[in-house]
Design a protein. Sequence first.
Length: 125
Amino acid sequence: MENVILTVHLILALMLIGVVLLQRSEGGGLLSGGGAMSARGAANALTKLTWALAIAFITTSIALTLIAAQKSEGTSVVDQPVTEAPADAPVAPAVPTGDLLPPSSTDGTQAPAAGDAPLTPPSLD
């Protein structure tokens, strides 16, 4: 059913594009020439056809939205039950340890990095 509505929807979209392109604009449309109908009659017929195609297009859009909503019922992550982790599962440490932390000295001040020279005050000689 969804495929049928989708196919009709695509055909309506193409027809709607075609009818809009056929309509006369201020500079003339694709049907700017003589024909069996008068210019006013052709404009009225194309306007009515455009409205009919637009209403059908919107109807198929709503139908496809409703079908998609029914298919996706119950697939939300929020609706799924919560599962607890097993008690014996390893827990990652909250704070990185080991060589990720900067080195520190024993007196509480931070030790200089390996490539840095110790800072000495300039001499006033």
